[in-house]
Design a binder for this molecule. Structure first.
Ligand SMILES: O=P(O)(O)OC[C@H]1O[C@H](OP(=O)(O)OP(=O)(O)O)[C@H](O)[C@@H]1O
Length: 178
């Protein structure tokens, strides 16, 4: 069963002196051929009747996971970029600021909203949802285009149930299994 395999492939890593907490290591999910093949269909299958036209997922890990879900769902893919860093973004990005995320940071997420319209049904995808800040911001920026958010899927949630309900979030795992 995929969820059990994902638990086995997951590691908590101690970054060493100077760090107060363990860091998640999900590299095993991508390295394992069977898990890689099954992740997209399993996540798309959490909303079996949603018929999304496009998957939207945030940088960085969402850019890896989102296309897997999009292919499984028969949808296209639109990346949401994080502001900062040295890369120049092309296209007219519309930006949404997040509330403080799991690190306590406010981020800006940019989406090429010219590529979305009222006919679109959007499925939001991420690997992990904790505060829900990234997904909240994506809900808001997608709404400005008239597109409908049909739901959100992630591999893991550690967010409160009320937040998951507000985000229409379904996941393969809850954090207590890791
Ligand atoms: O629910 P939230 O509090 O918003 O946190 C969830 C976000 O945290 C991680 O991103 P992060 O920037 O830590 O890592 P990544 O760049 O590897 O995707 C994860 O990929 C989500 O995008």
């Amino acid at each position: 069963m995929l969820s059990r395999r994902l638990v086995e492939l997951f590691r908590w890593v101690d970054p060493g002196p100077g760090s107060s907490h363990l860091v998640s290591d999900t590299a095993g999910w991508w390295r394992d051929p069977a898990a890689l093949a099954d992740l997209g269909p399993a996540l798309a299958g959490l909303f079996p009747a949603a018929r999304p036209t496009v998957v939207v997922a945030p940088e960085a890990t969402g850019l890896l996971l989102g296309p897997l879900v999009a292919v499984a769902a028969g949808a296209g893919f639109l990346p949401a970029y994080k502001d900062g860093g040295e890369r120049r973004r092309v296209g007219a990005l519309r930006w949404a600021e997040t509330s403080p995320d799991h690190r306590g940071h406010r981020q800006r997420l940019g989406l090429d909203t010219a590529r979305l319209g009222p006919a679109d049904r959007v499925l939001l995808v991420d690997d992990w949802v904790d505060s829900g800040a990234q997904l909240d911001a994506l809900h808001r920026v997608v709404a400005t285009t008239g597109a409908e958010v049909v739901g959100a899927v992630a591999v893991v949630t550690t967010c409160p149930p009320a937040v998951a309900e507000r985000l229409r979030l379904r996941t393969l795992l809850t954090g207590d299994r890791l």
